[in-house]
Every structure is written in structure tokens, then in C-alpha cells.
Design a binder for this molecule. Structure first.
Ligand code: NAP
Ligand code: MG
Length: 403
């Protein structure tokens, strides 16, 4: 069989620990036998980040801006213990944070659904994708404790430090606390565009919730910016695709999401996204089945798994033990990137291959072959689940690929 050709390279970002091992196996068993793979390779493994003073991460992000599509393996975000373990020059920043800043992007997470693994919410039949705004609010806040008898004000000064506005927050009759949060119109607008683009490219209805009835300036600004960008830039495309955009109060969105059958993009402010993405991920089953993509406002894509480097499994692997680490979300990073490359380059064969690989993966699990994390969740009448180690599981998928 002749391998599928690629014209434009994918930006390939290798990573750390167990996911780095899976990365190599996925390419060896599921991709390279079928695709004449063209990638521009960046090693984002912690040692190489340390050796290059993290320049490799920046170069990889810039390559993503150039080529438009990247696939990324999970990477270690170093803490004090990792600095010691790897003898690092310094505690390098999170590569995901660096790439997100350079792309000015938004992260979208979606569960991968298979028969036999039923969401805890009975009505959910289709995936719910979540977008989280990753700038501002309480994540860049200033806080203080205030002693009783003191007063707190919100003060705005101009460039020279001259006061232009002053509002009383509270006259404290007893001890208390205050918090100052902010956001930027530009960041909200970039977030809005990333979300509208993602909804269009995945043909999902988009729901956005905030609390504008209570927060009449702050949350209201989010609502207004989204409404204006929708009207001016996206409404006609949404109508053409037969998808809708709805803004409603955050509590109303929560109620609607639970009653829905899924198949929506749920757009969240920073804190709501932090909390709700963990709830949605848990409700769908396993972290090993959650995919993730970073989308920039000008339509650059970086695909990855939502989970980390699965450290505990890696230490077992180093001891020579077989591990049953779930590669599905990492496979989806590859298929997402190949599909997008195929779509952008008019390479239908490449997109079709990626779809076939996803289908073969789903069929493998539905026929009872899966990694250990899925065994306790799996319940499908007439199918007895069989635990596979990671390589056995990948080989089963290859058999089902049937090419
Ligand atoms: P993690 O790697 O996601 O793993 C947490 C636990 O979840 C695992 O120990 C495992 O549970 C289970 N799990 C996650 N993915 C799995 C899979 N594919 N198959 C089977 N089980 C899976 O999170 P972590 O342990 O908090 O973080 C480890 C490292 O990853 C850290 O250095 C962190 O910085 C990094 N990280 C990177 C990213 C990223 O690059 N996007 C995201 C998060 C974390 P059991 O041990 O019970 O089997
Ligand atoms: Mg969270």
C-alpha cells in the first residue's frame, strides 16, 4: 500500500515521561505505517527545555504561528521537586502557558465518547466541549485584609498618577477582606473570536453564561463584547451552518447543560471554566478520554491530550513493568491535527485516514479491548472487557484499522 502524502508539515512537540513513551509508540504503530509523515520536530521534553533555556518552547510556538497546526505531547511543568530531579538551571514556566501566550489562544476540551462508558448525567448523548477564558479575574487579582474602622475605595489614576475616579467599596465596621480583579477588552475579544471559530469549525451551538444582572459593568462588558463580535463577524456564518449562539445567565446555563443532550460548546469565564471543566470531565468518565485543543483568534491550532505525563505509570515503566496507560486522548491529538492539516491543504485522504483511526479506536474499546483505567467504567451487554497493556491496545487498534 502506498503511504498518504503530506504537503505542509505538522509542528510536532514531543514531551515527557509516560506520554513521551506513548508518543513514540503511536507514531510507530498507528501513523507511520500509513502516512508519509512530515513534521517539524521540537523536543519539549524537560531536559531539552533546560538545555535551550526554554528557547525550544518559544520556537515551537512560533512554528505553530507559521504553519497553523501543531500536535503536542504532555509536558512536565517543573516545581521544586522537578528542579532537583532533573538538576534544572531554573524552574521553567509551564510550556502550555508560554504557547498560549504566544498564540493568544483559548483552550477547548472535549470528551471522547464510546458505547459502554456512560456519562453520569443520563441525558448526555453527545460531547460537551468547554472553553475557558485564561486571562484575568481572580487569577490576576490583588487582595487585602481590612481592619474594622477602615474604609476601602476603588481608585483609578491616569498616566501621571492623577486620580480620575473614586468609588467607595465599603466602610468596614468590623474586620473584613477585599479583592481587586480586572480584565481587558482585547483579551475578551480574542477569547470571543476563538470561541466563535471553534463553534464554526466543529459545528456546535455555542452557549455563554456570565452574571451580568449582578455585575452590571464587569460581566456585562463580556456579554456586550461577545454580542458585538457575533453580530458583526459571525452571525451570517453561524446561520449558514445552522448553528446558534446564545447568551444567558451562568446559573441558567448550568441548568440547561444538565438537561441537554450535549453537542454544545459551553463558553466559560476563567473561574467558571476552572470549576466546570473538572465537573464535566469527571461526569464523562476518564481523564484518559479527554481531548484538548488550543485555538488562536486567527485560527491556528495546537492539539493535545487534556491529561498530564502520567508520572506514576512512567516510574513503573522505568522499572521494566508493563503499564496500561490510556493513549486515546493522545491519539486524538494526532487525529485532530492530521484532520485539520488535511482540511487546510485540501488533502481529503489525510483527513479520511484520521477519521478512520478514530473510528478504529472507538471500535476497539467497544469490542472489549481497553486500558485499565476504563475497565471499572465499562458496561456493555454481551461484551466482557479485557485489559490490555498500552502496546497491545495500540496493536488491536492497528488490526481494526484494516487498511
Ligand atoms: P496526570 O499526568 O494527568 O495523571 C494523574 C493521574 O490520572 C494518573 O496518575 C493516573 O491515575 C490518571 N491518568 C491520567 N491520564 C491517564 C491516562 N492517559 N491513562 C491512565 N490513567 C491516566 O496528572 P499529574 O500526575 O497531576 O501530573 C503529572 C505531570 O504532568 C506533572 O509534571 C504536570 O506538570 C504535568 N501536566 C502536564 C499537562 C500538559 O502538558 N498539558 C497537564 C497536566 C499535568 P492512576 O495513577 O491512578 O493510574
Ligand atoms: Mg480546575
Amino acid at each position: 500500500m502506498e503511504k498518504i502524502k503530506m504537503t505542509v508539515p505538522l509542528v510536532e512537540m514531543d514531551g515527557d515521561e509516560m506520554t513521551r513513551v506513548l508518543w513514540g509508540w503511536i507514531k510507530e504503530i498507528l501513523i507511520e505505517p500509513y502516512v508519509d509523515l512530515k513534521t517539524e520536530y521540537y523536543d519539549l521534553g524537560l531536559r531539552e527545555r533546560d538545555r535551550t533555556d526554554d528557547a525550544v518552547t518559544i520556537a515551537a510556538a512560533e512554528a505553530t504561528l507559521k504553519y497553523g497546526v501543531a500536535v503536542k505531547c504532555a509536558t512536565i511543568t517543573p516545581n521544586a521537586q522537578r528542579v532537583e530531579e532533573y538538576g534544572l538551571k531554573q524552574m521553567w514556566k509551564s510550556p502550555n502557558g508560554t504557547i498560549r501566550r504566544i498564540l493568544d489562544g483559548t483552550v477547548f476540551r472535549s470528551p471522547i465518547l464510546v458505547k459502554g462508558i456512560t456519562p453520569y448525567v443520563g441525558g448526555w448523548k453527545k460531547p460537551i466541549s468547554i472553553a475557558r477564558h485564561a486571562y484575568g479575574d481572580i487569577y490576576n487579582s490583588v487582595e487585602s485584609r481590612v481592619s474594622g474602622g477602615n474604609s476601602a475605595y476603588l481608585v483609578i489614576c491616569d498616566g501621571e498618577g492623577k486620580e480620575v475616579e473614586r468609588k467607595l467599596i465599603h466602610n468596614f465596621s468590623s474586620d473584613g477582606i477585599i479583592q481587586g480583579v480586572h480584565n481587558l477588552d482585547n483579551s475578551i475579544a480574542a477569547f470571543a473570536r476563538s470561541c466563535f471559530n471553534y463553534a464554526l469549525s466543529s459545528k456546535l451551538d455555542m452557549w455563554f453564561g456570565a452574571k451580568d444582572t449582578i455585575s452590571k459593568i464587569y460581566d456585562h462588558r463580556f456579554k456586550d463584547i461577545f454580542a458585538e463580535i457575533y453580530r458583526n463577524e459571525y452571525q451570517s456564518a453561524f446561520e449558514r451552518e445552522g448553528i446558534t449562539y446564545m447568551y444567558t445567565l451562568i446559573d441558567d446555563v448550568v441548568a440547561r447543560v444538565i438537561r441537554s443532550e450535549g453537542g454544545i460548546l459551553w463558553v466559560c469565564k476563567n473561574y467558571d471554566g476552572d470549576v466546570m471543566s473538572d465537573m464535566v470531565a469527571t461526569a464523562y468518565g476518564s481523564l484518559g478520554m479527554m481531548s484538548s485543543v488550543l485555538v488562536s483568534p486567527d485560527n491556528k491550532y495546537e492539539f493535545e491530550a487534556a491529561h498530564g505525563t502520567v508520572t506514576r505509570h512512567y516510574y513503573n515503566h522505568l522499572k521494566g513493568q508493563e503499564t496500561s496507560t490510556n493513549p486515546v486522548a493522545t491519539i486524538w491529538a494526532w487525529t485532530g491535527a492530521l484532520k485539520k492539516r488535511g482540511e487546510l491543504d485540501g488533502n481529503a485522504e489525510l483527513s479520511k485516514f484520521a477519521e478512520k483511526l478514530e473510528k478504529a479506536t472507538v471500535e476497539t474499546i467497544e469490542s472489549g479491548y481497553m486500558t485499565g483505567d476504563l475497565i471499572p467504567l465499562f458496561d456493555l451487554s454481551g461484551v466482557v472487557p479485557v485489559k490490555q497493556n498500552s502496546r497491545q491496545f495500540l496493536r488491536k487498534i492497528a488490526e481494526n484499522l484494516n487498511m
